[in-house]
Design a protein around this ligand. Structure first.
Ligand SMILES: Nc1ncnc2c1ncn2[C@@H]1O[C@H](COP(=O)(O)OP(=O)(O)O)[C@@H](O)[C@H]1O
Ligand SMILES: [Mg+2]
Length: 417
C-alpha cells in the first residue's frame, strides 16, 4: 500500500509540481488549500506525511503545525514546511512550532524526496515501537500532562451583569498567566455559549468548538481527546471556542460542562473560564468546580447591586466566599464610586483594573491582548498583578479574604431590594 502525503498550499503552480513529483515516486497525494480543510482531511484519512506552506489564508502554517503537534491523534505525523517565507525568524518559528523540516521555494526535488522518504520511515518505526519520543528527542510530544505534575487550577471569571469586562479580564488573564509561567499549559474556555467572542478577540479561526466536543461520546473521553478541541494561539495559550452560532449553545448541556472541567485539569495547568452573564445550570457548575472566581464589577450603583446579589446567591449555593475576588473594573474614566465606597458596600476588598481608553479594543483588533503590549499600560499591569496572585498559591488572592464592615451604600442597596 502506498504512503499518503497531504499537501497544504493554495498556490496554483506549486501544488501540481509537487504532486507530480511525489506521485512519480509512488506516493499517493491528497491536497488542501487551507489549514481548516487539511484538518477535515486528517479527521477522515490516514496521512503519513504533511507538506505545508507557511503562508495560508485563514489559519497559517505555523499555527497549523502547532495545532497538529499539540494533538495526540496527529502529533507524530512528520511535517515538512515548504514555503516562500525565508526570513531567519521563520525558520525558528517553524521548528518551534514542531515542524521536522523547513525548505524554501522553489522546490528542489532531491531534497524533498529524501526528506519525505526519511521521515516516513522514521514515522513507521515510531508507530511500530510506539516510541514517540525517540523520534524527536529535543521536542518531545506536547502531551497533556501538567508541567508541575499536579492537577491544573480552574479560574472562573463571572458577572451576572453583562458588559462589565468579564471577557476582557478572562482573555487577558489567560495570556498574563502564560507570560508569568511560560512553561505552564494555559487553556481558555469560552463558556459564553450563546455569544462567545474569545476567538474573535484572539483572531483565531476555530477549527473546532465546544459544540463539536459536546458531540463526542464523553463517557470514555480522555484529557488527550479534550486537548484536541483547543486551538492554539500565538501567545502559547489554547482556546476552546464557544459554539459558532447561538443555536448550537443548547448542544453544550450542563453535563458537558461538568465533564470538560473534570478532564481539563489533567490537560492544563491553568484553565480560565469566560462565563455567561446568567446563573444557568452550566454557569453554576463552572463556578462550583472553579478553585477561584474573579467577579468584575464596575463602579456604579447598578453593577454594585448585581454584585451584592451575586455574592448572596453564591453563598446560598455553598460557593465559598474565600474563593471569590472582586475586581473593580473602571470601564469609564474617573466616573462613579470610589474604590473605598465599592469595598465598603460589598464588604470585601477589591483588586482593580484602571480604565484603558480604547486599549483593549485596539489590542483585540490585532488579535494580541493588551497584556502583551510593551511597555505595559496600567490596565495590563493590573491584570498581570491579578495573574500573579493566582500563580502564587501562598499569596492566594489575599485581597479577597479580608472582610470589611458592610455599611453605607450597601444599606441603600438593601433598602432598594
Ligand atoms: N478597564 C477598561 N477600560 C476600557 N475599556 C474596557 C475596560 N474593561 C472592559 N472594557 C471594554 O468594555 C467592553 C465590554 O467588555 P467585555 O469584556 O466584552 O464585557 P463582558 O464580557 O462583561 O460583557 C469591551 O469593549 C471592552 O474592551
Ligand atoms: Mg463576555
Amino acid at each position: 500500500m502506498s504512503h499518503i502525503v497531504l499537501i497544504i498550499d493554495d498556490s496554483p503552480t506549486a501544488v501540481p509540481e509537487l504532486r507530480s513529483l511525489l506521485e512519480s515516486e509512488g506516493y499517493e497525494v491528497l491536497t488542501a488549500l487551507r489549514a481548516e480543510e487539511a484538518l477535515d482531511t486528517l479527521r477522515s484519512a490516514k496521512v503519513d506525511l504533511i507538506i505545508t506552506e507557511a503562508l495560508l489564508p485563514g489559519m497559517d502554517g505555523f499555527d497549523l503545525v502547532r495545532h497538529l503537534k499539540a494533538n495526540e491523534r496527529w502529533a507524530i505525523i512528520p511535517i515538512i514546511m515548504l514555503t516562500v517565507r525565508s526570513a531567519p525568524e521563520d525558520y525558528a518559528a517553524s521548528y518551534d512550532a514542531g515542524a521536522d523540516e523547513y525548505f524554501i521555494k522553489p522546490l528542489e526535488p532531491p531534497k524533498i524526496i529524501a526528506a519525505t522518504r526519511g521521515l516516513i520511515l522514521r514515522y513507521e518505526k515510531m508507530r511500530v515501537t510506539g516510541d514517540i519520543s525517540s523520534g524527536r528527542p529535543s521536542r518531545g510530544l506536547p502531551g497533556p500532562v501538567s508541567v508541575r505534575g499536579e492537577r491544573g487550577k480552574i479560574i472562573g471569571v463571572f458577572s451576572l451583569k453583562g458588559g462589565v469586562g468579564t471577557t476582557t479580564l478572562a482573555v487577558n488573564l489567560a495570556v498574563a498567566i502564560k507570560m508569568l509561567e511560560p512553561s505552564a499549559r494555559v487553556g481558555l474556555v469560552d463558556l459564553s455559549l450563546e455569544q462567545g467572542i474569545d476567538a474573535l478577540l484572539l483572531d483565531i479561526v476555530p477549527t473546532s468548538t465546544i459544540a463539536d466536543w459536546a458531540r463526542e461520546d464523553l463517557t470514555d473521553a480522555t484529557p488527550y481527546l479534550l486537548n484536541q478541541y483547543f486551538v492554539p494561539h500565538r501567545t502559547g495559550i489554547s482556546l476552546m471556542s464557544a459554539p459558532s452560532s447561538p443555536e448550537q449553545a443548547e448542544i453544550v448541556r450542563p453535563d458537558v460542562v461538568r465533564r470538560t472541567l473534570e478532564l481539563a485539569p489533567d490537560a492544563f495547568d491553568y484553565i480560565i473560564l469566560d462565563t455567561a452573564s446568567t446563573f444557568s445550570e452550566s454557569t453554576l457548575i463552572a463556578l462550583e468546580m472553579a478553585g477561584h472566581i474573579l467577579l468584575p464589577v464596575t463602579p456604579d450603583m447598578a453593577a454594585l447591586k448585581t454584585a451584592v446579589n451575586t455574592l448572596r446567591i453564591l453563598k446560598a449555593v455553598n460557593i465559598s466566599d474565600d474563593k471569590t475576588t472582586m475586581i473593580l473594573n473602571e470601564l469609564v474614566p474617573r466616573a462613579g464610586l470610589t474604590r473605598q465606597q465599592v469595598e465598603t458596600s460589598i464588604g470585601k476588598n477589591c483588586m482593580s483594573v484602571p480604565h484603558a481608553g480604547a486599549g483593549f479594543i485596539e489590542a483585540s483588533n490585532t488579535g494580541m491582548p493588551l497584556v502583551t503590549v510593551e511597555p505595559a499600560p496600567a490596565a495590563a499591569k493590573a491584570i498581570l498583578d491579578i495573574a500573579r496572585t493566582l500563580c502564587e498559591p501562598e499569596e492566594l488572592v489575599a485581597a479577597g479574604e479580608q472582610k470589611l464592615g458592610r455599611a453605607g451604600i450597601l444599606n441603600r442597596l438593601r433598602r432598594a431590594q
